[in-house]
Design a protein around this ligand. Sequence first.
Ligand code: ATP
Ligand code: MG
Length: 653
Amino acid sequence: MSENIESVLHEERVFQPPQAFAAEARLNGESLSALHRQAAEDYEGFWAERAREEISWQTPFSTILDESDAPHYRWFTDGQINVSYNCLDRHLAERGDKTAIVFEGEPGDVRKYTYRELHAEVCQFANALKAQGIRKGDRVVIYMPMIAEAVIAMQACARIGATHSVVFGGFSAEALRDRVNDAGARMIITADGGHRGAKIVPLKAAVDEAIEHGTPSVEKVIVFERTRHGVPMVESRDVRWQDAIAGQPQACEPEWVDAEHPLFLLYTSGSTGKPKGIQHSSAGYLLQAILTNKWVFDLHDRDVFWCTADVGWITGHTYVAYGPLALGATQVIYEGAPTVPDGGRFWKLAAEHAVTVFYTAPTAIRALMKLGDAFPQGHDLSRLRLLGTVGEPINPEAWMWYHRVIGGERCPIVDTWWQTETGGHMIAPIPGAVATKPGSCTLALPGILADVVDEQGNTITEADRGGYLVIRKPWPSMLRTVWGDDERYRKTYWGMFDGRFYLAGDSARRDADGYFWIMGRIDDVLNVSGHRLGTMEIESALVAHEAVAEAAVVGRPHDVKGEAIVAYVILRGERPTGTDADAMTKTLRDWVAKEIGPIAKPDDIRFTEGLPKTRSGKIMRRLLRSIAKGEVITSDISTLENEAVIAQLQGKA
Ligand code: ATP
Ligand code: MG
């Protein structure tokens, strides 16, 4: 049996950085090489120089990297900063009147905040938090809709040194309670509700339910009135946001904290098991947020940036709440669903707010692609100059659609590989310097020593042989630990290779140009007749067929082959049944055999109208595996949009 993961996908298209783009980009081939050279020659010196250049320090650091408690690495330890100061105060002199946030609610209400206004609101709310008894080091859970106040709450926590933990507003009361208790939060900041999918998400009701079921650490709940649908308030525990800020001054001296002070905890999305409370630092985290917004998104003062991620995910931290503000950029925040009132909402928003840099997830791209080209073509997207994707490997077909229909064949696409744990982008193209290939996240950023290794930890030098994606050296924005569970941190990320390097948990390969291709999760690797295959490549082959909108592939135990390949497929049109389904199955099996080889041919294809996804839009292959095996579903399926889909997936409907 081969121990490496085999590659079956062959993608040959290459797109050079457009000349017009490269000419104005912050980094070009030469300056990028210089950064890589410096990182290779003097790793710590490279990071120290970046940290001194990019961050405003209250007390400068003298220690760069402290390895005394490895793998709990510490960076810039004796320096002191405040993250909110770096995001707001330092812009006031030059950019006080510049728009920081353009907020649009799902019902269409728009509000703009200049840097001066945002600073005043953050200070005022920070004072309100203090008045409610919140101090440096306290944990505060934020359970909000995607509105500007969510960012204000995060920034206010950062300002006073409270550690926030944002829980995605789509999560249930039960999920909220688990996270509140794991973090030991003293306060929950929420809203009466939020607008999503033309409905009201009843956030306050979920908070009440969570507290009813036991959250001993929670003393106070602050409630922002967004939907104003009238929610019951519990006396002495619940405070209206508007009441909390009343009479509070709009200035608040930042609390200077150590570089290592925990800025936030964030629970991972749970694609692979029990969520982990990922703990991030202040300075190291901020540094990567700044660098990647400059390097990868090439943000200039004139740009309008829009990252569609919710603040409940890491992407909404680094590329909404912190990074763009630290750069003094203008950004769009949108509260609602991409399909309200119709599938053109994203494109209408992008056109109306003159968005220049747009960042979203493959799941959204595939969903919008399925709705056809007419929606994007109905809006003026000519201001766009750069597109990005994150969250899953993007299938080459979806990449090409994004490139052609959204980017007008003129915008580079940055496919950014990173994780909650890494704090910021790790592997991604520098758009003015690195050629892109559909489906590849290209090359590691300066200072990030990403590699693909075999089970023994040896670098795989052979092109296109898959293995374990690792990072060979600690970097400033890495997670510091799993909250309250150091053992789990050491075991999960450093256990497999005896602490020698960080294990990402993804499988990947590198092509002859050294480009990285993510093949899927290690846990999802299939073993078919002794061949180890990533799920991603087979899914991409299926999506490349004109009839297919989305596909998910999992293994099912098989007596002879070890595992059989089961594919769940959503077609662009109607879900076929009977002989139509049989004919389509044959077509797709032949297609995969021709595209990537007979070894990858699905044994079983099941047509469905939906796939089980995590709330961040990732396919839950864990659940699909159980279904493929014919197991009874015992895990929580309450997060599914359409539970009837389970019956379809099981072949019962
Ligand atoms: P959990 O760790 O609880 O299972 P999660 O891994 O889904 O949750 P995140 O940290 O949000 O939570 O996601 C990181 C993962 O997303 C990566 O490990 C990788 O599998 C996938 N991913 C993110 N960006 C990309 C990308 N550009 N290309 C391929 N995969 C990506
Ligand atoms: Mg993960």
